[in-house]
Write a protein that binds this ligand. Structure first.
Ligand SMILES: [Zn+2]
Length: 89
């Protein structure tokens, strides 16, 4: 359960994503940690789905459970997440 199957080295594990997500969404994470988290999520479909479910704002999250997400979609989802976060005060 400690690995999400993404290829390449990972400095953050999936369960850490869950622990850090609250601070991440609040924008209180240090930049380095935030980048690590984003880097992990970019390569980890389960975490993308988790983030979207956590936020509860993206209906696509429901589809992620049984569909393989194309990398392009993952990038779009991340862009949406970043835009939403940036839009928050
Ligand atoms: Zn993950």
């Amino acid at each position: 359960m400690s690995e999400c199957g993404a290829s390449g080295p990972s400095s953050i594990e999936c369960r850490q994503i869950a622990e850090l997500l609250g601070e991440y969404l609040e924008g209180t994470l240090p930049q380095q940690t935030r980048e690590l988290l984003e880097w992990h999520i970019e390569g980890c479909a389960p975490c993308v789905a988790f983030v979207n479910t956590y936020r509860g704002t993206i209906t696509a999250a429901r589809k992620l459970r049984d569909v393989d997400i194309p990398p392009e979609l993952k990038k779009r989802l991340l862009a949406v997440l970043r835009a939403q976060r940036a839009a928050k005060p």
